[in-house]
Write a protein that binds this ligand. Sequence first.
Ligand code: SD4
Length: 336
Amino acid sequence: MHKIMKRRNFIKKASVTSLGIVAGTSVLSGCDVNEESNKSVVTGTPVRPLVIATWNTPDEVEAAANVLANGGTALEAVEQGCRVAEANEKGQSVGKGGLPDRDGNVTLDACIMNEKGDYGAVVAVKEIKHVISLARKVMEDTPHVLLAGEGAKQFALEVGFKAENLLTEASKKAWEKWKIKSEYKPIINIENHDTIGMLAIDKEGNISGACTTSGLAYKMAGRVGDSPIIGSGLFVDNEIGAATATGLGEEVLKTVGSFLIVELMRQGKSPQEACEEAIGRIVNKPGKNYEDFQVAYIAVNKQGETGGYSIHEHFSYNIFKDGANTNIKSDFYNKG
Ligand code: SD4
């Protein structure tokens, strides 16, 4: 087992017991503590390279792992991994082929964050398929962090992206069928099942993350979810770890879920414990009826420990580590 700890947490917990479990957090007696600093202290051999991504995403994770195997950075890896999902027209929650808003327009949201804590995002973008690369351009080539709608598209065209129709025949048909009743009842596990949030650690141990989506199917025009919003759909702190979300964005936004998970890991929680607490913040709100919506998180810490947790069953995530790309069924809260 590896742990990341802050000195003050170590002392606090060590005063209760010198080993074992304190309030659900394991305490390592061999933790390397630096007397003067309050920084995270890491022991053990970190797992790297590593990729983790929401849902059943073997091709996306493999693309990212290949980048890392060829010496690429975590940032390049998450961008390339997400591009695979964006180009897959069969995926109806990301990029080309994404289900449209209620007016029939496909609008995409994406964000990316590097190991320096830099962030770039685009929201409500029409006709640009690779919004994850556009988010990276915003991060690297503009003085801003977030571009919306027409302005984001204008910037995309200026820097060489091509405009194309993102509404495939299959998604158009699904929208036309939906229009007959026009009922807005998102069932995330079924109709919005592959928004991709991806986190990677490269061989230098640097962490980056990315998230890309067409958002909720048949959303109101102009609706933006959690996926492109820093701290909600994604957060990376290279000293601590990273987290990303999928599911009903409104609930993630209201609890700033990914930032919360990283801060919980900073306080000594494992990625798994942190994901579970973030789901707890949603489901334990007074009167919250979580029966009708799904939210799921994945997280990784600096050591390469991973975690994942969802409200309901049927969430899974792919992990690439130690040469294997595996789909993991997530543990979940609502066991009936
Ligand atoms: C959103 N979080 O726009 C996204 C949707 C999603 O799997 O993740 N679907 O709210």
